[in-house]
Design a protein around this ligand. Structure first.
Ligand SMILES: Cc1ncc(COP(=O)(O)O)c(C=O)c1O
Length: 292
């Protein structure tokens, strides 16, 4: 059965202070955010009716907006409450939340100083993004993560996702599930919507330094979980050819959770017990923390 398109779903979306009927939420064609990517967003997961790390995500939304040169016209507290309200109105048990902020239609040119900042929050039931029980296959993208002085790379700004969609589509057209993106210097960076970790033969976890891509909230959780288990974490620059030295690999992200990787290009990995155990601990954390 075909999924219902996102503009045809039912319920409410919070937009600019009000919960509006889902199909009636429209923006004008001449919105600055649409033409010039003056837009930032978040991706949050709901577990057992509670939003995991809501405050951290809202804080990052504000950080992204500030890096993009605009101010969200609400407090973080108000947006946190609005997010909880919309999850309750939508009766989401296990799902996804998409807060978004963008420049409006008051100006239609590069300069957008007088545009109004719009904010919306939508939520829907959603399951796993990948199969988290067996390893997924990735190619290596021909598109590179840009240098930190070319774009605000530590944000979830919409413009940054252009190369992610290009990479993901190319990977899918070749039969892969996702794509590993290198950075502008040729080091391993991240997948199209998730951070990456590798396990070496001594049981250490190696992960790229997030100096030109998102330092994911899930990435930081996994580092904490791994350290609490006595696993050594090494954050460093990793060259693609070094992947031959690693025995395991996994992705982390709000959507990806902890997803084992079985192959990146010609490099093969096994879904080792350490990865399965981290995945189990992450699943326990997201549900335990939110159950209170
Ligand atoms: C490009 C990219 N990298 C990494 C991540 C992982 O971030 P987080 O764990 O905060 O969801 C995401 C998801 O938000 C992403 O879109």
């Amino acid at each position: 059965m075909e999924a219902v398109p996102f503009d045809k779903r039912s319920g409410k979306i919070w937009i600019n202070g009000q919960a509006v009927n889902w199909p009636d939420v429209k923006i004008h064609l001449l919105s600055h955010g649409l033409h010039y990517a003056s837009c930032v967003f978040e991706g949050e997961r709901v577990y057992d009716g509670q939003i995991f790390k809501l405050e951290e995500h809202t804080e990052r939304l504000f950080h992204s907006a500030s890096r993009m040169g605009f101010k969200i016209p609400y407090t973080q507290e108000l947006l946190n409450k609005a997010t909880k309200d919309i999850v309750a109105i939508q009766k989401i048990k296990n799902g996804y939340v998409r807060p978004i902020a963008w420049r409006g239609s008051e100006m239609m040119a590069i300069s957008a100083q007088q545009t109004k900042i719009n904010v919306a929050i939508a939520a829907w039931e959603w399951g796993p993004y990948y199969d988290i029980n067996k390893g997924i296959r990735l190619n290596i993208s021909k598109w590179k993560r840009p240098a930190p002085d070319t774009i605000p790379c530590d944000t979830k700004a919409s413009g940054l996702y252009m190369i992610c969609t290009l990479s993901k589509h190319e990977a899918e057209s070749k039969g892969y599930t996702d794509s590993m993106m290198l950075d502008y210097q040729g080091n391993i960076a991240e997948a199209t919507g998730a951070n990456v970790f590798f396990k070496n033969k001594s049981g250490e976890l190696h992960t790229p330094v997030p100096d030109c891509f998102l330092d994911g909230i899930t990435r930081r959780c996994i580092i904490d979980i791994a350290k609490s288990k006595g696993i050594k974490i090494v954050e460093r620059k990793i060259k693609p050819e070094e992947m031959s030295d690693f025995v395991g690999c996994f992705l982390t992200g709000t959507a990806a959770e902890v997803t084992p990787v079985s192959q990146i290009d010609k490099y093969k990995f096994s879904v080792c017990d350490v990865i399965k155990d981290l995945s189990k601990s992450y699943q326990a954390l997201v549900r335990k923390k939110t159950a209170a």
